[in-house]
Design a protein around this ligand. Structure first.
Ligand SMILES: *Cc1c(COP(=O)(O)O)cnc(C)c1O
Length: 360
């Protein structure tokens, strides 16, 4: 069996070139006689892998020297606690709820201080991004938190909220490296890499240096302090070495592809194929407000659960896999991250068209 078109929301499709390179280097990484999985994280070979990965990420995103890049573990979800433990000096933070991930971050932060909901789109199943031009930002808020691309619901902020001078913290898990970004607008941006960059187990935190202090909440474990990892160059303990190595390969792949501006153009082209089809289909409908549509995650429904289920099953048989939507939205979701080739999106829309003709 050949490779399928994998529309999974995460862990998700990786560039075939990267997987092939990794396969070639599996038994003997560059003459070391061993796999990257087997070597010391304190050795010069791994140090070079880590340094190159960081340098390439800095180049891709234009990360200023005043920001630290940390390769950590625990997934995006551990950041839900790590952020308040490190940043909630006044024990207050503002949250914009645009889906399950921001809600989970908000609930976790509530354990450490006052978490305030200053805007939400929960009233309509998170199918839009709230108007964020004049938010009731709390005077004592240590930061304002958003989830920039909502993996489950398929919305994305097209403009960052006006935080009225407060630090902006963003979960960018599912839009990481999908388009150019102005890092200086954020205090912290972070993401689990299994959506758009690499294998599960690595979370990348990009944090302004002045936010890394010893002044953390009492009882914060050593492993949960940003300072611990910043001081040790992400090598305080054994890092997720193999995962970092694959992330590094994806960064190099992105550079070969022309960087984030080229990626954005490619992603827009891919998403347009699917959205244009949805907008004229009589059977399939997108579930979110057009102005807030994500380039990465595209949920759609027929309005008939049985038909949805049949579509997912028949698509899978045709090599278009993991299209089942999240249970809170139902229907289908096509995640079309950086590594999804345009041919995959074309194959999906062709299949939808055929399905509509046969069942409409
Ligand atoms: C998948 C996802 C998470 C959770 O990531 P884990 O690494 O499983 O903790 C958090 N936020 C967003 C936006 C996600 O897409």
């Amino acid at each position: 069996m050949g490779r399928v078109y994998n529309f999974s929301a995460g862990p998700a499709v990786l560039p075939e070139e990267v997987l092939k390179e990794a396969a070639d280097e599996m038994l003997d990484y560059q003459g070391t006689g061993m796999s990257v999985m087997e070597m010391s994280h304190r050795g010069s070979t791994f140090q070079k892998i880590l340094n190159t990965a960081e340098a390439d990420l800095r180049e891709l995103m234009g990360i200023p020297d005043s920001y630290k890049v940390l390769f950590l573990q625990g997934g995006a979800s551990l950041q839900f606690a790590m952020l308040p433990m490190n940043l909630m000096k006044n024990r207050s933070a503002d949250f914009i709820l645009t889906g399950q991930w921001s809600k989970k971050a908000y609930q976790e932060a509530s354990k450490y201080g006052k978490a305030n909901v200053i805007a939400s789109s929960e009233d309509r199943t998170f199918s839009y991004i709230p108007d964020c031009r004049d938010l009731p930002v709390s005077k004592d808020a240590d930061y304002v938190y958003i989830c920039e691309n909502n993996t489950i619901y398929g919305t994305k902020y097209k403009e960052l909220p006006d935080t009225k001078g407060k630090i902006l913290v963003a979960d960018v898990s599912s839009c990481f490296l999908s388009e150019p970004v102005d890092v200086t607008k954020y205090g912290v941006l972070y993401g689990g890499v299994q959506k758009n960059i690499g294998p599960a187990g690595v979370v990348i935190v990009i944090i302004r240096e002045d936010l890394i202090t010893d002044d953390v909440l009492p009882g914060t474990p050593t492993m949960m302090k940003y300072q611990t990892h910043a001081d040790a160059g992400s090598l305080y303990n054994t890092p997720p070495a193999y995962g970092i190595y694959i992330c590094g390969k994806v960064f190099q792949w992105l550079k070969r592809k022309g960087g984030l501006a080229a990626m954005k153009a490619y992603n827009e082209k891919k998403a347009a194929i699917l959205y244009d089809y949805l907008d004229q289909s009589r059977m399939f409908h997108g579930t979110v407000e057009k102005k807030d549509r994500s380039l990465m995650n595209v949920p759609f429904v027929t309005g008939d659960q049985e038909l949805d289920a049949r579509f997912v099953k028949e698509a899978e048989a045709a090599g278009l896999v993991s299209l089942k939507g999240h249970r809170t939205v139902g229907g289908m979701r096509a995640s079309i991250y950086n590594a999804m080739p345009i041919e995959g999106v074309e194959a999906l829309t062709r299949f939808m068209k055929k399905f509509e003709e046969e069942n409409g």
